[in-house]
Design a protein around this ligand. Sequence first.
Ligand code: SF4
Length: 574
Amino acid sequence: MPDEVKLDKTEFVKEDSRQLRGTIADELAEGELDHFSKDNAGLLKHHGLYQQDNRDARKQKNEDGTRLGKAFMFMVRTRIPGGRVPADALLTELDLCERYGNQTLRITSRQGLQLHGIIKDNLQETIREINQTQLTTFGACGDIERNVMCCPAPLRHDPVHDQLQQTADAIAEELKPRTTAYSEIWLEDEDGNRENVTEFTPVDEPIYGARYLPRKFKSGVALPEDNCVDILTYDLGLLGIVENGGLVGFNVFVGGGQGVTPSAAKTFPTIAQKMAFVGVDEAVDVARALVCVFRDHGNRSDRKTARLKYLLANWGMERFKGTVEEYLGRAMAEPHPADVTGVEDHLGWNAQGDGRDFLGIYVENGRIQDTETDRTKSALRKVVETFRMPTRMTAQQNILLCDIESSQRDEIDRILADHGVVPAEDRSRIRRLSMACPALPTCGLSITESERVMPGILDQLESELSRQGLADEQITIHMTGCPNGCARPYSPDIGLVGKTVGKYTLFLGGNSLGSRLAYNFRDLVPLEEIVPTLSPVLACFREERLNGEAFGDFCDRKGRDELLAALGPIDDGE
Ligand code: SF4
């Protein structure tokens, strides 16, 4: 990047941070304060931590009428390539959410795990215990390669799935930062002491350099018939090409991204574009080349437009691909004709192909918790404690219990039923495919509710779909509390994005494959008007769909104007 460009101040914070140390260790030792300085809070993201406050508590007052002030707490995100979590690691995370968190454990939309409500005094112990299970929070957030996603289905008879995971693991290993800041700050040595944090010895950081990336970089690996990890919404998506039962390479998709900044019209969501075909053993090299192109040419003066998708939009594919090839040192082949054709949710009982089964359990909005009627948290603990099976997180925020012997199935079903866990096959299709981001009260950026109101919206939608005879339709709905799009709301059949307090932008026309952007159908829809707004669209779909046409395809074919015209006059309240 030319020197004369004015860098965003975040760049200086990273550059001066002594490889992501900042003064985190000093502030950690400072017991008086319950939070970190702004600069350190930014650096903490690279360590997997978000400094947040309980926004429900902001309005609370002292007896004298003054505000209580922010109740600081931290979100601790574990980075898990392919979402693979051994039994002891899941049990540890469940223990930690009880002991230090808000008694819930959240499966993220990118196959990670999140603890919420951890106070500063408990951060170190929390991170230490997670690392003892061989998982890490390092690299779960921040301006680096994030969690590398991969189809989690444990199809043991199929070597292709193992190769996908090996590719994801290899990319994660290659692109992890080399700084030793994380272990120095958070982990104890064998004598129970933290390593000496006062002496700084820089290590070679060959990929990231001193400033790390301009912003985050996301990757995922999938197969055409099962894009369950939604690879077209990431900076890098690798679509496995299988011939004669063997993986021969990947179609490389680049420049996807869901985030939008409301105040910046220059920001937009995108679906990744097909760039090239590469062999299996080239995938890591291509991922590294892409990250290095982004490092050197991404926008470091404006974080709003710092993602790879804006570089691709500015350059165009020809220049972009040529530059990646320069970094790679060789030309890449033209893409294979294959595209995304299907998506699976992997829920319910499924055969692994090795005589054992796996069970996909639906977790509402990924929030593992106990409620009065559904004690999924206790059920999972009991099942995993009893059978010690490995688990995997899905990109739809659900959990797979793996390697189950047929003799164990009845007992597992009984434990789940005893805890009120509804089998996935008894869930409606729309609920199985729904997602909502955390939003209020923990996310500092949320404008509206999301996770807390989604179950109510689904209740209404289920009734409406049944009433119209559409209950069996495959319709995906994703909701977020702000335009940042963490639950990927710009590509499903129905997207709901928090716009202003209590009101949402309603997107239609995406699809469950994640291969098409939805369009803005109505803006500023009040929460209570969401389902009444969708109701006539569903009726129109029922009457005018082509044979076998899916809801998203119908909305895309009609387009916003024709759909609105078909519905007749609407008081849109805009
Ligand atoms: Fe927070 Fe917005 Fe992400 Fe939801 S989409 S978790 S409100 S930043």
